[in-house]
Design a protein around this ligand. Structure first.
Ligand SMILES: Nc1ncnc2c1ncn2[C@@H]1O[C@H](COP(=O)(O)OP(=O)(O)O)[C@@H](O)[C@H]1O
Ligand SMILES: [Mg+2]
Length: 209
């Protein structure tokens, strides 16, 4: 069972994944969590390059390829082995983030990005993708109030974050069987109970014990 979390920085992905992992463990699932980019020794080095505020000269194509490079590594080194053991893998961002930011956000050729992602992931697709839907301004506001470290991706202008937002909703519409949209502009415990309901229903339908 491979579940990915998408949405802007500040939408609560890190917090919600931690709570959901705890919940699933009480239900006797073996849960593995990781975040992208990074999650491997090589991937974390790539993450540092991507997030470094000093790297203002980074071209969007460079950025795209670096995200894909880190992802290729975590897929082979971490995700596939854990899935093979029958664990539930919760991943904080995955290929859809590249579609959203480097595709819709930077207005690159979406089909090309899709093919690049197929290459990077070896076509490994999530079973379920949970979109923590939040207005870009609210996400940025939470971040400015001290939610995590301000990074190079945050610094992009609001217009990019708005295209990212629209891109996420478009992707969710195109693949409704995989995506679930949760309104992240609610108290954390409300968001968590919605996520638990979605995941519990999915698990009992698809992975009966
Ligand atoms: N539902 C929520 N309402 C208000 N603030 C929230 C909510 N969820 C998370 N936050 C706060 O927003 C910031 C970002 O949360 P975080 O879980 O790190 O999001 P992400 O991993 O998506 O960037 C943190 O300061 C967190 O406490
Ligand atoms: Mg986070």
């Amino acid at each position: 069972m491979f579940i990915t979390f998408e949405g802007p920085d500040g939408s609560g992905k890190t917090l919600q994944i931690r709570l959901l992992a705890k919940f699933l463990r009480t239900k006797d699932y073996i849960v593995f969590t990781a975040r992208e980019p990074g999650g491997t020794e090589i991937g974390d080095q790539v993450r540092n390059i991507l997030m470094d505020m000093k790297n203002t000269a980074m071209h969007p194509r460079t950025e795209t390829l670096l995200f894909c490079a880190a992802r290729a590594q975590i897929v082979e080194e971490i995700i596939k082995p854990h899935l093979k053991k029958g664990e539930v893998v919760l991943l904080d961002r995955y290929a859809d983030s590249t579609m959203a930011y480097q595709g819709y956000g930077h207005q690159n050729d979406l089909d090309l990005i899709r093919r690049l992602l197929d290459f990077a992931t070896g076509r490994l697709k999530p079973d379920l993708t949970l979109l923590l839907d939040l207005d870009p301004d609210e996400g940025l506001r939470r971040r400015q109030q001290g939610g995590g470290e301000w990074n190079r991706m945050d610094a992009y202008q609001l217009a990019l974050h708005q295209r990212v937002h629209a891109g996420y909703l478009e992707m969710a519409k195109q693949e409704p069987e995989r995506w679930r949209i949760v309104n992240a502009n609610q108290p954390p415990d409300v968001v968590q109970s919605l996520l638990r309901k979605i995941v519990s229903e999915y698990l009992t339908h698809n992975y009966p014990k």
